[in-house]
Design a protein. Sequence first.
Length: 233
Amino acid sequence: MSEYATSGAMIVCTCGSAPGNLQVTSNLTVSAQGQPIATVSDKAPMANIPVFGTCTMKPSISGFLPCVPAPTAWSGFVASVNLPGGNPLLKTSMLQCGCGGMISFQDSGQKKSTKVVVNPSSAQIEALKKAAIAGIPFCEECEKKKKEYKPVITRIYWAEEENNIFGLDDLPPGKEVVLCIDVKGVEEGETVDVVINSGQGRRFKNFGEEMKFSPNVEQDGTAYIDHFIVEYE
């Protein structure tokens, strides 16, 4: 099952120009990682659902008019669980806007734990420790070269549930997938900058000619972008 969505989770609308954050008001007693879990009742404009910049469903002579969210009902919630406020929402839940857009989560709002370093350290000390553990001599020049080594993206792809792997060129517009980016030269927890060009004179919906992301690299050397959708204007 997907993660429970919590207060502060980033949400986007397919017709909006900017993301926002969900505010939970229906449930203040049941939480995940210290954040109240969202429910189907958290759909009030402004109180729960923020504005998403401008709305592409509201064109005008001077451009698009500001977003005025008109949420209707959540889908994809956990029907078998009841909390104060109703059924809890998941990271994969979606909310239809009466103006025509679809609101979805970019993250669950749950924060991953971070490592805390108590003792003073430095890059040179850490390199010495690694060398001692591995039983190899410390090479200061080698460490300098590592810093100069730029991260390399070796592959960008998405996969179906049956593990069939596809490239970006095989992704049909409007299909939501998890985009996978295999990277070399980046350690776990660091970010990698990913820029995807629309090409052929086209423009991505809500992005323009480029999509830019900075996901964290996981232990397996891969960065993941959830809820990735290619849509053109």
